[in-house]
Design a binder for this molecule. Sequence first.
Ligand code: PLP
Length: 390
Amino acid sequence: MSYRAGRHFLQIPGPSPVPDRISRAIDAAVIDHRGPDFAALGHTVLDGMKRIFKTKSPVVIYPSSGTGAWEAALSNVVKAGDHVIFYETGQFATLWKQMADRLGIVNEFISGDWRSGVDANRIEDVLRADTDQKIRAVCCVHHETSCGITSNIASVRAAIDAVGHPALLMADTISGLASVDFRHDEWGIDISVSGSQKGLMMPPGLGFNALSDRAIEAAKQGGAPRSYWDWSEMLQSNATGYFPYTPATTLLYGLKEAISMLEEEGLENVFQRHQRLADACRAAVAAWGLETVCQNPAEHSNVLTGIMMPEGVDADAVRSVILKQFDMSLGTGLGKLKGKAFRVGHLGDFNELTLMGTLSGVEMGLGLAGVPHQAGGVEAAMRVLKQTAH
Ligand code: PLP
């Protein structure tokens, strides 16, 4: 393979590009994870992640992908035969539900159209019908990465409370955390699930569970047979800044740096930056005369934009042209959207000119791949950025 000049544009919706500050932080000597210096690092990241999740309760950090953190969330509080609600927002909600199937969990899968988020009224109806309160948990994806849809998690808590149902609320914010507003405590979430490779700007490899007192109590009382994922030993060790088994030390160096960077910018400013860049991206899609996957403006993702291709156009063929010609990776359509849509990631360490480079690549790619569209998307995005410059 010959050398390709310039930096590869990794515009998939995670893993997001890792900034140099984080790469440099990771590139440090591994220390003794049971030695005297480790506890300071442990406390710093464990406390820092509480601020990122906006919780006063403990956050558990696993050396795992997000899928591992899903399994941890389920296995600590539910076991085979327990009843759980999942809501079909897209491919990731479907995969989480499939995991529950494999774990023997009996689930109610509320069907969705992959173009809109959670309708809390439908969850309320299912809970209201559950008069003997068999349902142990409600699982929703806060930010559905396969479609680019943000769901209103506070409305799900309100639905659970309206029925007075004891079910725990679990939210997957693997791709939402540290890019869009997320409030573990205020929204009444019992278990929030996340991963390192999206808004945290880190390489893949860390999974998170943010807990509530009720979740910790439920884990003490029940859950599935478990060992690696068990919160109790983890919480015991974490209280002193340590981990019960070998942690991913170098990734924790990176996480410490990521938390510093997010707090230097200010979390609210991070969210506004994502909002503004996403607005500009959506302006480009509208100018091209194409549709976003998400159809409800109130639920548009500020992390990625899913773009539907016109009938008869293979979205993956367009992505291939863009990769080959411009060295830019875009997200493939997943599950039901395979071949029908592609996804532009605009998350993490991302700014105006990265967006403009990305959109220029997409617009040129649409032309080269022969996709029917109107010109002017790049200009439309530039207009938004100029109008909102500060
Ligand atoms: N949930 C969501 C919303 C995701 O975006 C992803 C990955 O992209 C996952 C779960 C699975 O995480 P992982 O691939 O890190 O196991």
